[in-house]
Design a protein around this ligand. Structure first.
Ligand SMILES: C[S@@+](CC[C@H](N)C(=O)[O-])C[C@H]1O[C@@H](n2cnc3c(N)ncnc32)[C@H](O)[C@@H]1O
Length: 417
């Protein structure tokens, strides 16, 4: 594989799965960086990376995907609002602790802050911490200035924004409520000195990581979550979390999971970091002392049910709506299906197709990436993704997708092999 040594380094340090980016894309990035620093070959460049921290940061900026927008998926923020109202009604005095663990350019933690303020919580009733690997993304977050694409999930910027040159500026009453820091989810020190969190958002980052890195990050998230806390992940990440000792809260489209009381009972995934020592065998209790019981696990917060029961969604209905050109309804139907079955790859693929017809290119890319995460051999999704990358002026990504699709026996014009 070209750029193999750099790929291995990135996997080791930030957990990146090179396949998630596309091997050709990664090779292109490495070739560009080699040229920029004047290294003749990859081996020299890797030695250079060892000496030049700033260049390693520049490389990281090239490989991360800081794609995000305000109130992404909506459902998680509706649930947070309801939980916040419960806390206010219960007159909780302990500040509620929230973490946005891969916050990118800040839209996610700021959406949380606006949600809590609008739910009636006073600023001192909560703490929002936010972290990301990308210094560039964090600098944008700190500016609090956003363009229209950051509002793609909602009809208009909320009242907390004021029009500013070429975009919108977020009210400092909101920006000052989020504490940002640069941190690597793979680091054993990630928020180690902090008290645990009631809500942890770690959305749409696990999809870019290797299996081993996912397992390490999950171990970290388990450490960070307070007893009874909730972990929010991206749609396509729910099955992974379920296999790791978490149970989804019974509410569609919010992608929140609570830790099972006895995660050991779920044998599917080893959550221990590779370097963690094996758990010592339990010693028999001394006869003279009463047995020490573990502290009782507080119950998970009461999660209010969705307002109205969802009708049973059906992919065939979504297809019929799409075929009839009723694209808004087709997209809504796909989303309803995914609310119940977030791991249904064909629904993501159809949603991507519908969104692409609606010229909602970035959302379409997101949906197709999820389809491919769940079904990596979906040549149709790859072909469509190639066309979308071309539309976005990303020829390298388009070529990487087309090559993968061709390897799977389908060309980008949709013809079979
Ligand atoms: C697609 S964005 C997700 C943003 C937001 N959570 C959301 O769902 O809208 C993924 C973010 O994860 C960050 N990231 C990738 N690897 C990371 C790591 N090892 N540690 C911390 N952040 C990481 C990237 O810099 C990027 O900003």
């Amino acid at each position: 594989m070209p750029a193999e040594t750099v790929a291995r380094l990135l996997t080791r340090v930030i957990g990146l799965d090179p396949e998630s980016l596309g091997l050709k894309v990664l090779s292109g990035i490495v070739a560009r960086r080699l040229a920029a620093v004047g290294c003749p070959d990859e081996a020299t460049y890797v030695r250079h990376l060892g000496r030049d921290r700033a260049e390693f940061e520049r490389l990281i900026e090239e490989v991360v995907v800081p794609e995000t927008w305000f109130f992404r998926d909506q459902g998680p923020f509706e649930l947070v609002a309801e939980l916040a109202r419960q806390r206010r009604a219960a007159a909780e005095t302990r500040p509620w602790r929230l973490l946005s663990a891969s916050c990118a350019t800040g839209e996610e933690p700021y959406s949380l802050a606006m949600t809590l303020l609008e739910a009636g919580l006073a600023p001192e009733a909560f703490v929002i911490e936010a972290a990301d690997l990308s210094a560039r993304a964090l600098a944008a977050a700190a500016r609090g200035h956003y363009r229209a694409r950051s509002f793609r999930g909602i009809s208009a910027p909320p009242a907390w924004f004021a029009p500013a040159s070429d975009g919108f500026r977020l009210d400092p009453a909101v920006t000052r409520l989020v504490r940002f820091r640069q941190a690597n989810l793979l680091s054993p020190d990630f928020f180690r000195e902090e008290p645990s969190f009631d809500l942890v958002f770690c959305r749409n980052v696990l999809i870019y990581l290797t299996a081993e890195a996912k397992s390490r990050v999950l171990a970290t998230l388990v450490r960070l979550l307070a007893p009874g806390g909730l972990l929010f992940v991206g749609h396509s990440e729910v099955p992974l979390i379920q296999a790791s000792g978490f149970a989804p809260v019974p509410r569609p489209m919010c992608f929140a999971c609570a830790r099972l009381e006895r995660p050991e009972a779920s044998p599917k995934t080893d959550l221990r970091p590779a370097s963690a020592p094996a758990r010592p065998a339990r010693r028999p209790a001394k006869r003279t002392q009463p047995e020490r019981r573990p502290p009782p696990v507080p119950p998970a917060p009461h999660v209010p049910p969705a307002a109205a029961p969802e009708p049973a969604p059906d992919l065939e209905d979504a297809k019929r709506l799409a075929d009839a050109g009723r694209l808004d309804e087709a997209a809504a139907c796909c989303r309803a299906i995914l609310g119940v079955q977030p791991e249904l790859a064909p629904a993501w693929q159809l949603l991507g197709c519908v969104l692409s017809c609606q010229e909602r290119t970035l959302e379409a890319v997101e949906a197709l990436r999820k389809a491919l995460y769940l079904a990596p051999g979906d040549a149709e999704a790859l072909s469509l993704l190639a066309l979308l990358f071309e539309r976005l002026g990303e020829p390298e990504q388009a070529t990487a997708c087309r090559n993968r699709a061709e390897r799977l026996g389908m060309t980008a014009d949709g013809g079979g092999a």
